[in-house]
Design a binder for this molecule. Structure first.
Ligand code: UDP
Length: 238
């Protein structure tokens, strides 16, 4: 079921349904962009038309935030939060089972490698088509693109931060010929144990954002200015 939050689509799907969409795109050599959306991103999509269009055009938009889940539930629609880092795990598990390959692009030097090793440890037999850090100069971009194209992965995870990763995928996915590409934010850092995910207690209380804020206090300024406006707009727009 596809819901809408501030005009942006959000797919209220189960994990199995979401994985199935990935599988279909690979089987049919499609071009599926997966986005995990939260309240901040919906606000960014309103302020930045290029980003907003990408959100609207993405084939699969997963609800990765308590604010977005709250907005959909207000419409009387059932929905469960699906965190990006968790979905990365589900896709990796499916790839390991089906012999499909992953490319991990983004984050600081060595992090994508460490994240890939972690996924292979968790899902034995997982094929890693390649890894590449997310820090490069504009001059180096053609080399990065060629590395990914030559590796020909089934799934490309991109960790360059929001909204750069979504824009990068929208611009390059077709030419890269990768059937599934997904922006994953800080997921590689979490997998590589550089950043801790909130304990289950925080997750259950829908306070994952609060835990993250304690770890990365610089996010406060951005959050405190966007989240009340998000709540206001959701209530006002019915
Ligand atoms: N990053 C990168 N290249 C850059 C800027 C950021 O690879 O030029 C990485 C950064 O190391 C981190 C990820 O992008 O792994 C962004 O993570 P963050 O938690 O900030 O994600 P967001 O909240 O922006 O989705």
């Amino acid at each position: 079921m596809r819901a809408h939050v501030l005009g942006f689509p959000v797919d209220a799907v189960t994990v199995a349904e979401a994985v199935d969409r990935v599988a279909t795109a690979i089987r049919e050599s499609g071009c599926l962009q997966v986005v995990t959306i939260n309240a901040e991103m919906a606000m960014q999509g309103q302020a930045d038309p290029e980003f907003g269009t990408i959100l609207k055009d993405s084939g699969l938009v997963l609800p990765d935030g308590s604010g977005v889940v709250w907005a959909i539930k207000r419409q009387g629609k059932p929905v469960t939060k699906l965190a990006g880092v968790e979905f990365v795990g589900h896709v990796a598990q499916w790839c390991a089972r089906e012999g499909k390959s992953l490319f991990l692009f983004g984050a600081a030097e060595g992090i994508a490698d460490a994240a890939a090793a972690k996924l292979q440890e968790r899902y034995p037999g997982l094929r890693i088509a390649g890894t590449r850090s997310g820090f490069f100069t504009p001059d180096e971009e053609p080399v990065v693109l060629e590395q990914i194209r030559a590796a020909s992965p089934d799934v490309l995870f991109v960790a360059l931060g929001v909204p750069r990763q979504e824009k990068w995928i929208a611009k390059h996915q077709k030419a890269l010929g990768v059937p599934v590409a997904m922006g994953v934010g800080g997921s590689f850092d979490v997998l590589a144990n550089r950043v801790k995910r909130a304990p289950v207690g925080f997750q259950r209380l829908h306070l994952e954002w609060l835990y993250r804020l304690i770890q990365e206090p610089w996010r406060w300024k951005r959050m405190s200015s966007t989240l009340p406006r998000f709540a206001w707009l959701v209530m006002w727009q019915k």
